[in-house]
Design a protein around this ligand. Structure first.
Ligand SMILES: [Mg+2]
Length: 113
């Protein structure tokens, strides 16, 4: 188990290379795959009556299905980053920093605005 994104990205690249899937893992295909997996995530919640976080967290089957779709999304995201030589860890930290400046903690806008 690792929490180092660079190491996980390398493992995903190794998984793809071992199966000679690089020719399929073109940026367009990977962008589409991310969208498909995100849609599978949305589908899990599509017709649920309760949107309460507590109810979703207590549903172990839903939690496990969500876990799997999030991992699918991340695998394709890491492959796309790899194909384009993007350091996703650095890009993500930079995005969080940009969001921190855009949405100051002492005056955060409502997510509904
Ligand atoms: Mg999936």
């Amino acid at each position: 188990m690792t929490d180092d994104l660079t190491e996980i990205q390398a493992r995903q690249a190794e998984f793809v290379a071992e199966r000679d899937w690089e020719e399929y893992h073109r940026p367009k295909n990977l962008a589409m795959a991310i969208s498909v997996e995100a849609s599978e995530l949305v589908e899990l919640y599509q017709w649920r009556e309760s949107e309460l976080s507590a109810a979703c967290r207590e549903n172990e089957e839903l939690r496990e299905a969500t876990r799997e779709e999030l991992a699918d999304i991340l695998c394709y995201t890491l492959s796309l980053a790899d194909q384009l030589n993007i350091d996703l860890g650095t890009a993500t930290v930079e995005k969080i920093e940009a969001n921190s400046e855009r949405y100051p903690a002492d005056d955060p806008p409502s997510p509904m605005e």
